[in-house]
Write a protein that binds this ligand. Sequence first.
Ligand SMILES: [Zn+2]
Length: 198
Amino acid sequence: MSRPVRHEIPPRSGAAFTLDRGQRLTVIDPQGEQVADLVAFRRDDLDEVISSGRTIDYASRIFLTTGDPIYSNRSNVLLRIVEDTVGRHDFLLTPCSADTFRIIYGDEHPHRGCFGNLAAALAPYGILPDRIPVAFNVFMHVTVDGQSGEIAVRPPLSRAGDRVSFVAETDLVIGLTACSALQSNNFSFKPIHYEIES
Ligand SMILES: [Zn+2]
């Protein structure tokens, strides 16, 4: 079997593509400490989308890894994590956006962030911005104080070459970014790579 083609998402940008049932998507951090926001929609009914709330509810955990399913708003499994060399990701926070940069960073001329990048990449598939859910934030390192619930965004634990693989349980449209938020990526913007295997 030939090696899958490796695609690059440049720093602070995003991509969208289809993933067929049974195909494997591998998200790779080529340099280390870079987050990738991932969203997935059921291709033949775009109202069905990954759901942070349902997934965390059924897992009874907020940190997901190898073996964990990612459920939709209709409680179907859309993706399953089949390999994870890091073991720490986030499924609580929305994609960073112009509003994130305005509210948290005080930027006067904010970047459109992962949200804007996802909206632009998903538009050709007929997916409007208001449909974009909480993303599965690959490699994002969020810590939670168990008593107060206070959260903190830390540098990712991923090192160069680390990867997470997902298998599609149905035909999907995927949105994927190289995250644009300073805090999430230890204050430098790097690319993200991905591969698709049948
Ligand atoms: Zn982001």
